[in-house]
Design a protein around this ligand. Structure first.
Ligand SMILES: NC(=O)c1ccc[n+]([C@@H]2O[C@H](COP(=O)([O-])OP(=O)(O)OC[C@H]3O[C@@H](n4cnc5c(N)ncnc54)[C@H](OP(=O)(O)O)[C@@H]3O)[C@@H](O)[C@H]2O)c1
Length: 294
C-alpha cells in the first residue's frame, strides 16, 4: 500500500489541455493490444462506504487499485500494507488539477481500465430551505468532482482506445425530491452527464456507466434523520455495482422495487408527482422557513 503519494510531485502531459483534442488523439493514440490486460481501477471516494467496498472487491479480484479521499486515517485500517496492490492519493475531488495529477500518476505505466467516481456528500437533514453552504459544496464535490475525474480518465482512455468510466449518482437524481434540492440537482446532472458521454464516446471504445443506488448503509446514511426504505448492506450494493460494470450497463438502478417506484414517479405527469410528494407521510422536509431572517 502506498499512502501519502503526493500527486503534485508528478507532472503529466494533459491531452485535453492541448490546443485540439482531436489532434491529440491522432498524436497519442496507442495500439490497443498494449492495454489488453489492463486491470486497473481508480476510485474517487475510496476511503469509505461504497467506494471503499468497491476498492476491496477489485483488490480481491487481483486488480491494481488507486483510491483518493481527503482523510488517510479513514483508509489505513482497511488494507494490509504489505500485501495489497493499492495506492492512496490524499486529495479533494473539487481540486481539478490534483485529480488530474493523481489519475495520471496512477495510470503510469499500465494505463487505466476503469474509473469510478464515488466521492460524494449529502444533507443529513431534509429541509425546505437548503443549507446553501453545503449545497454549493455539493456542486463542487458531487458534480464537478465527477467531471474532473472523467476528464482525467478520458485523457488516458481515449488515446488507449478503451476504458470504462462509472459515476455513482443516486435514485435521488431521477426527480426533484423534497428536502434535498441540491443533492437531487447534482445527482440528476451526473445522470445526464453520463448519458450524453455514453453516446459521444462509444465509437472511441469507451463506455460510461451511471449507478443509481437507493439507500445503502454507509457512514453517509448513518447521519440521516429520515426513514430509509429498502436500506441495503454495502457489500450487496458493491456486488450489484461490480456485476453491472462488468456487463457495461449504461444505467445501474437498485434496489429493484424502490428503483421501479422512483422511475414511475419520474415518468408520471408532473402535476401528479407534485401532489404525491406533498403528502405528509412521505415528505420529510423540515419547515425551517421561519428561521430565515433578512
Ligand atoms: N449511501 C447511500 O445510501 C447512497 C445512495 C445513493 C448514492 N450514494 C452516493 O454514493 C457515493 C458514495 O457514498 P457513500 O454512502 O459511500 O458515502 P461515504 O461513506 O460518506 O463515503 C464518501 C466518500 O467520498 C469521499 N469524499 C467526500 N468528499 C470528498 C472530497 N471533497 N474529496 C475527496 N473525497 C471526498 C470520502 O472520503 P474523505 O472523507 O476521506 O474525503 C469518502 O471516501 C456518493 O456519491 C453518494 O452520494 C450513496
Amino acid at each position: 500500500m502506498n499512502i501519502g503519494t503526493d500527486p503534485k510531485s508528478v507532472k503529466q502531459k494533459s491531452l485535453v489541455d492541448s490546443a485540439s483534442f482531436g489532434q491529440s488523439l491522432g498524436t497519442y493514440r496507442l495500439p490497443c493490444y498494449l492495454f489488453s490486460r489492463m486491470n486497473s481501477v481508480f476510485i474517487t471516494g475510496g476511503t469509505s462506504g461504497i467506494g471503499l467496498e468497491l476498492a476491496k472487491t477489485y483488490l480481491k479480484k487481483g486488480w491494481k487499485v488507486g483510491v483518493c479521499g481527503r482523510d488517510a486515517d479513514k483508509f489505513k485500517g482497511h488494507f494490509d500494507s504489505a500485501r495489497d496492490n493499492i495506492q492512496f492519493y490524499p486529495l479533494d475531488v473539487a481540486d481539478r488539477e490534483a485529480v488530474k495529477r493523481a489519475v495520471h500518476q496512477f495510470a503510469q505505466p499500465t494505463g487505466l481500465g476503469l474509473l469510478i467516481a464515488s466521492a460524494g456528500i449529502s444533507y443529513p437533514h431534509k429541509s425546505k430551505v437548503p443549507d446553501f453552504d453545503r449545497t454549493y459544496r455539493m456542486v463542487h464535490v458531487n458534480l464537478l468532482g465527477v467531471m474532473y475525474a472523467f476528464e482525467a480518465a478520458m485523457e488516458i482512455m481515449i488515446p488507449q482506445g478503451q476504458g470504462q468510466m462509472v459515476a455513482i449518482s443516486s435514485l435521488a437524481g431521477f426527480n426533484g425530491f423534497p428536502g434535498i434540492s441540491g443533492y437531487s440537482a447534482t445527482k440528476g446532472a451526473v445522470m445526464k452527464f453520463c448519458e450524453s458521454l455514453g453516446l459521444d464516446l462509444r465509437h472511441l471504445g469507451l463506455s460510461v456507466t451511471c449507478v443509481c443506488p437507493g439507500f445503502v448503509d454507509t457512514p453517509l446514511t448513518r447521519l440521516n434523520h429520515h426513514p430509509m426504505p429498502f436500506l441495503m448492506k454495502v457489500e450487496r450494493a458493491a456486488e450489484i455495482i461490480v456485476r453491472g460494470i462488468e456487463k457495461k450497463r449504461a444505467l445501474i438502478v437498485f434496489p429493484f422495487f424502490f428503483g421501479l417506484v422512483v422511475r414511475l414517479l419520474s415518468a408520471m405527469p408532473r402535476f401528479l408527482y407534485r401532489r404525491i410528494m406533498r403528502t405528509g407521510s412521505i415528505n420529510f422536509s423540515r419547515d425551517n422557513t421561519k428561521e430565515i431572517s433578512p
